[in-house]
Design a protein. Structure first.
Length: 53
């Protein structure tokens, strides 16, 4: 949940008039990191649930 909040906060901070890498680099990197963390947590949780059943 926390990673989704970080992702959407950074999406709101992106300059939509100019989507260039130079201007929005930190927001893009934070969004990629939040998505990767969310995916990692999801996969670890899925694997943990499969092994406990």
């Amino acid at each position: 949940m926390f990673t989704a909040i970080i992702f959407f906060i950074n999406m709101l901070n992106v300059d939509l008039d100019n989507l260039s890498w130079e201007i929005n680099r930190t927001h893009y990197i934070n969004m990629i990191a939040a998505a990767a963390a969310f995916l990692g947590i999801f996969l670890l949780n899925k694997n943990n649930n499969e092994t406990t059943v």
